[in-house]
Design a protein around this ligand. Structure first.
Ligand code: B12
Ligand code: SF4
Ligand code: SF4
Length: 350
């Protein structure tokens, strides 16, 4: 077994095409395994890292210890995977035509599950696509036939600033709501072709760290302009300033990340949110015209759109597992969700 350094050299020497052609091939492979957006970035995002450090210094990481521990890992992805030479930033659409929270507000006994969790758990869907991509990269001799195990695959699962890399790779820009927004046809990060995805922020992000030297893309540019809709709609005042989110005040933290929701939730701003919140995306003009996702597994399951609160309240832990099979909702337990529902009712009934 050669040492990693020797392997790297062998990989570089056996690559048969230049960096631009290697990037083009990587993008073709990404499209063919089902990714909607793809772009290439260098291994660090200094501006994103500086903003991340500032955010955690201000306490904006809330109680998510995994977000604030060992911050240096986010300085450069080579801290996580020393062999990495380039970052492949990827996007998968979960847009759907189901009317949102604002277009058809849930009734007093109905809850809202955020769009991203209405279908099958995206981690499962995207992990499969990432593995397929790593296998294709390994099988492509023009890329140096680098083993798939020499790539590192992430979808939420590691200390990688996925939005900052996506912006650096040209997939879009980080909006005032702090989410990555794809500008549509004009975006350099789109893969294009048949089933071309639409513009907006209804995209999951994923990342591959690769030892292959690739030509990087031009970063996305900001198209928020003078708009402030997301900042105004947020019912809990979670944006202390544009482009900055205080996770301590975000409904997503309260309803998904908090181990003891009853202790942190302020019922007045909660509305009917049982799991996550979409408001700062629903108002975004870039999400106005929806091109539904081509990924059938990610489409909303009808029972996850405006579910009845009393039915959720009645579930045991086993019943909850059966009610939400292979679902991102299982990030919480029935007991946690029921604390959220109790807070919804307190907010509703005053
Ligand atoms: C922790 C986390 C959360 C936390 C904190 C979010 C936050 N903004 O910090 C909470 C629980 C609140 C959360 C909520 C949501 N999340 Co979340 N979350 C993450 C996670 C796991 C880590 C993010 C992180 O490191 N945060 C630390 C902060 C300081 O860094 P940051 O978020 O990367 O962004 C900052 C810098 O990148 C900086 N920045 C960098 N470069 C530049 C350049 C310029 C010019 C500017 C202005 C700013 C800037 O701006 C940001 C704000 O400071 C990521 C996955 C990942 N590994 O990245 C998903 C992720 C960001 N979440 C995602 C989603 C879908 C959501 C929700 C929409 C879910 C929901 N419906 O309820 C909400 C949206 C809330 C919101 N408006 O952001 C998606 C976003 C996809 C996209 N299109 O952007 C991600 C990427 C998951 C994924 N793999 O798809 N999330
Ligand atoms: S997800 Fe909801 S609570 Fe969180 S910042 Fe956006 S609008 Fe505010
Ligand atoms: S609502 Fe307006 S300000 Fe907010 S992210 Fe969208 S375009 Fe930018």
């Amino acid at each position: 077994m050669p040492e990693p350094g020797a392997q790297r050299l062998a990989g570089a020497l056996s690559a048969k095409v230049d960096a631009a052609e290697r990037s083009a091939r990587v993008k073709r492979h990404a499209r063919e395994v089902g990714f909607d957006l793809v772009g290439i970035a260098a291994t660090s995002v200094p501006q994103g890292y500086a903003r991340y450090l500032e955010a955690i210094a201000r306490g904006h990481g809330a109680e998510m210890r995994w977000l604030t521990e060992r911050p240096e890992l986010r300085r450069d992805v080579r801290e996580v995977w020393p062999e990495a030479r380039s970052v492949i930033a990827l996007g998968v659409s979960y847009a759907s035509e189901v009317p949102g929270y604002l277009a058809a507000p849930p009734g007093p006994e109905e809850g809202w599950i955020a769009r991203y969790a209405q279908g099958r758990d995206y981690h499962l869907v995207i992990k499969k696509m990432l593995i397929a991509l790593a296998n294709r990269l390994a099988a492509d001799e023009a890329l140096g036939a680098i083993e798939s195990t020499r790539h590192r695959l992430f979808v939420d699962t590691g200390p990688v600033l996925e939005k900052a890399f996506a912006q650096a790779a040209g997939l879009g820009w980080i909006g005032k709501n702090t989410l990555l927004i794809h500008p549509g046809r004009v975006g350099p990060g789109r893969v294009g072709g048949e089933g071309e995805p639409g513009r907006g922020s209804w995209y999951f992000l994923a990342t591959v760290l690769t030892p292959i030297e690739l030509a990087v893309d031009t970063p996305g540019t900001d198209h928020c302009g003078s708009c402030t809709r997301c900042l105004e709609i947020c019912p809990t005042g979670a944006f202390p300033e544009p482009y900055v989110l205080d996770a301590r005040r975000c409904i997503a933290t309260w309803t998904i990340e908090s181990e003891a929701p009853a202790e942190v939730i302020e019922p007045a701003g909660l509305g009917q949110h049982v799991f996550g919140c979409d408001l700062c995306q629903e108002v975004c003009p870039w999400n106005r015209k929806v091109t539904p996702s081509r990924h059938a597994a990610l489409r909303p399951r009808p029972e996850n759109v405006r579910p009845r609160l009393d039915a959720l309240m009645a579930l045991s832990e086993e019943g909850f597992a059966r009610r939400f099979p292979k679902s991102a909702v299982r990030r919480v337990t029935a007991a946690q969700m029921q604390q959220v529902i109790a807070a919804i009712r307190r907010g509703r009934d005053g």
